[in-house]
Ligand binder design. Structure first.
Ligand code: SF4
Ligand code: SF4
Length: 111
């Protein structure tokens, strides 16, 4: 997988959306549930989702969280998705809408 290029412009856009338009940030999620399975990162930096190992709170039929409003209390491993986690944690699959929007799109700092 080609590694996304860090772009200050993309990071600034993510920060602006996260802080100023939080509803738009939330709406980006396509509720695919991929971030609710165990994942591993290969030496090449690819994120591999283990679909045999879902979070105990994931509804496998709908791919929705069954404790969404309380997820950070119910699940010790659940983490809030922020611009920092999208850009620096490197554990989101390439299909994730946040990765697609801010990392895989061709943003140019000099544009
Ligand atoms: S608790 Fe977190 S990781 Fe588990 S299903 Fe809900 S959102 Fe996904
Ligand atoms: S992988 Fe991304 S788009 Fe899919 S549910 Fe998780 S945050 Fe939303």
């Amino acid at each position: 997988m080609e590694k996304p290029r860090f772009s200050m412009r993309a990071f600034a856009a993510a920060l602006e959306m996260y802080h100023v338009r939080p509803d738009d940030w939330e709406r980006l999620c396509q509720q695919c549930g991929r971030c609710c399975f165990e994942r591993a990162v290969t030496d090449e930096g690819d994120v591999v989702v283990n679909f045999a190992a879902p979070c105990e709170f994931l509804d496998l039929q709908t791919r929705l969280c069954s404790v969404y409003d309380d997820r950070f209390v119910q699940c010790a491993r659940c983490r809030k998705l922020t611009p920092s986690t999208v850009f620096f944690a490197h554990h989101l699959p390439k299909e994730c809408a946040y990765v697609q929007t801010f990392l895989n799109r061709s943003w140019r700092d000099d544009a």
